[in-house]
Design a protein around this ligand. Sequence first.
Ligand SMILES: Nc1nc2c(c(=O)[nH]1)N[C@H]1C(S)=C(S)[C@@H](COP(=O)(O)OP(=O)(O)OC[C@H]3O[C@@H](n4cnc5c(=O)[nH]c(N)nc54)[C@H](O)[C@@H]3O)O[C@H]1N2
Ligand SMILES: Nc1nc2c(c(=O)[nH]1)N[C@H]1C(S)=C(S)[C@@H](COP(=O)(O)OP(=O)(O)OC[C@H]3O[C@@H](n4cnc5c(=O)[nH]c(N)nc54)[C@H](O)[C@@H]3O)O[C@H]1N2
Ligand code: SF4
Ligand SMILES: [Mo]
Length: 742
Amino acid sequence: MSANERKWTWEEDGMTVTRTHARTGPGCHINCGILEYTKDGKLVKIEGDPENPFNQGRLCMRCLSMKDVVYHKDRFKHPMVREGERGENKWRQVSWDEAYDLCETRLNEIKEKYGAQSVVFAQGTGRDIFQLSRLAYAFGSPNHGPIGFSGNSCYLPRIAAMNLILGGPLIMDCSQSFEDRYDNPQYQVPETIFIWGNNPFPSNSDCFYAHWVTDVMERGSKIVCIDPRLTWIATRAELWLQLRPGTDGALAMAMLNVIIDEDLYDHEFVERWCYGFGELQERVKDWTPERASEITWIPADEIRECARIYAASKPAAIQWGVAIDQTTGGVECSQAIMALESICGNVDVPGGNVFGPPPWGIFEPNWTGGWGYNDLLTPEMKQKRFGLEKYPLLNVGFLTPQPDEAMAALVRGEVKAIWAQTNNLLGAMQVQPEKYYQIIKDNVEFIVVVDLFPNPTTLGLADVVLPATTYTEKTSFAGLMPYFLGSIVNCIEPVGDTRSDQQIIFEMGKRFNEEAFPWDDVEGMWDYALEQSGMTFQDLREKVWAYPEFSYRRYETGMLRPDGQPGFNTSTGKIELYSTAFEAMGLDPLPNYLEPAESPLLNPEFAKEYPLILTTGARRQPFFHSEGRQIERWRRMHPNPLIEMHPDTAAEHGIKDGDWVYTENQFGRAKLKAFVTKTIDPRVVSADHAWWFPERDPEDGTLYGAFESNINALMDYKCGKSGFGACYKCMICKIYKAEDGE
Ligand SMILES: Nc1nc2c(c(=O)[nH]1)N[C@H]1C(S)=C(S)[C@@H](COP(=O)(O)OP(=O)(O)OC[C@H]3O[C@@H](n4cnc5c(=O)[nH]c(N)nc54)[C@H](O)[C@@H]3O)O[C@H]1N2
Ligand SMILES: Nc1nc2c(c(=O)[nH]1)N[C@H]1C(S)=C(S)[C@@H](COP(=O)(O)OP(=O)(O)OC[C@H]3O[C@@H](n4cnc5c(=O)[nH]c(N)nc54)[C@H](O)[C@@H]3O)O[C@H]1N2
Ligand code: SF4
Ligand SMILES: [Mo]
């Protein structure tokens, strides 16, 4: 359907239909095409847009039941200022002007007294508020990014490595860059896809829609799955490798060993486009499948088979997930996986792993991170980003503080205010939340939280709460995935006295620095951001989506480098199997495997006390991290926090399915319900993350039970040498039945 035939709004059965895309809030990492049905100014339902190339009509239950979120009784509907002590739940409803006045006065006082860097603008997993960097920089602080989230361990470890080694991020090719999708004659389905540390069906993680996996399977793709749990997709796989959590790097090193040793790699591509193959060959020489088998628990023959399938499949694609990031050696493991993709000739080929269209020429190039860094921050302030001195890798391609260091600064009393937006820091990402709750409460003078719902962070920490809208109530655009530009158009007016994140940033930004937000309104800001696409926001609203030109093997045509030369956007112009940039930063230029920081191999004595490997946070529908526990229809699907364990493990500890169980290690403990299942290795347990209980009385002093079932009580700051990576997916623990029964 061409843009000319496409209508963006029409009347149907007495309802108005708005054709647009979903976005946050509530949380999601992708933008399905939707039809929003409204009547008398109210949302009636949301349906998938069958014409939209991205999702082709399909939706998950979160958008399908969006009404339950939009009109939920608990939603914040007015700005509020804290009256009693933090955690007492005493609030005063105020006007937006009063709330803004207070924020402006307090934040400027703090800036005057301690410097702008002492204010952290904390963004969580929210994928639609990249303008928050501009707010931080307009204020003068270089510290925009998560705080409390060890090792920036969501996607950024992979992106850091990809930016340096390949010159930009790769993603599995499911034809998503073509408007005509699988019908496009240039496209070819992967022969095999490797689902690695990712579970797309519940997660639909960044830039990737799960249904594409079944789409390509229907067209012939085979599956290899690398996961400690037997997931739905693992049951459909040719090969399922059930590895010890945190050891993916060892598997990747051994796959490289087999592929090079058996001469299965793509000589032509390596000679023409890769730098440092000899060094790589030397590095992986000792990584025999037998050695990796001892580390990963995967039989050596299966490692060989996995390597041979990857090398023989033309093309093969790897869809990897956050499990790679959330190990201490997440960056080094990413280096190894990229080396696999490169030496087997799967980079930027149809059905392999491809770059998105380069962002230049499509939208404001810094839109998805660091917008305002160049034009608003002073050189002195740029140096005051927490962790920058220690971790130079922070300078490549994204500009967040290093969160472990930011928290260390907070502990030293150097963080005086936090502006948190799309971030339930106590509820979802903070390691040892109870301990750090006290420290944040004592050390941070002023905290603003912009959110849709009350949660442990708003209750326990906020001095001011600003109520945000859902995506049905705001305008924005989908551009994080550079395959396409998509409109996000409101179909109803904001509920209560809520405002969109973008409007809040825009209005606060003008107060901090009028010149940094020179536009008349939010839509003017969108026009600016879209300028390079040749469209205004109104054009995009009417077109609904627009796909930039896309082609393959762009290293041959000079389209991957801003200077137009053939090659990759790295300093050697080649894929750096041996990274000159890593070397210059004092990091290991070659891939490697690092044992998780807490490991039975590194510390066998200690492991006797905590004999089980703990992986956490495997995504569940319909929740998004700490969200959605108050949405009744969703909660019924998943009423309690679960810990998965093998029947033998349960029996050994006298635990039955459904028992409440404590999981404990040297850092803390959490209480979850046993889910006994043969789909997990007896030596491993897998715990849900981000649990709290909105049904609790907010005045019972427990912050909605924030510290009872929160598995992050067992986590610690354990990033790698690069400043990236963490231990959320590979801790150690013991379990025992909770004596207090139910
Ligand atoms: N143990 C363990 N911990 C983990 C993980 C794990 O695997 N294991 N995963 C980690 C990962 S990858 C991440 S990214 C972090 C996520 O950490 P967070 O980003 O803190 O996670 P959420 O619970 O989604 O919190 C988001 C908050 O933003 C609000 N919100 C949602 N949409 C919007 C919006 O559009 N605007 C505004 N203003 N607010 C909105 C929600 O109501 C919610 O309170 O958690 C990490 N924590
Ligand atoms: N419904 C829902 N969707 C979400 C989110 C959510 O909270 N809920 N969160 C969003 C966010 S912020 C992110 S980052 C993405 C993440 O989405 P994914 O990348 O899919 O991440 P997870 O579900 O945490 O883990 C994926 C799989 O890795 C397995 N795994 C655990 N440990 C290891 C390991 O050490 N090695 C390997 N190979 N596998 C391991 C788990 O068993 C799980 O099946 O999802 C996003 N989408
Ligand atoms: S994946 Fe689900 S929540 Fe996300 S946009 Fe699509 S339907 Fe909505
Ligand atoms: Mo994430």
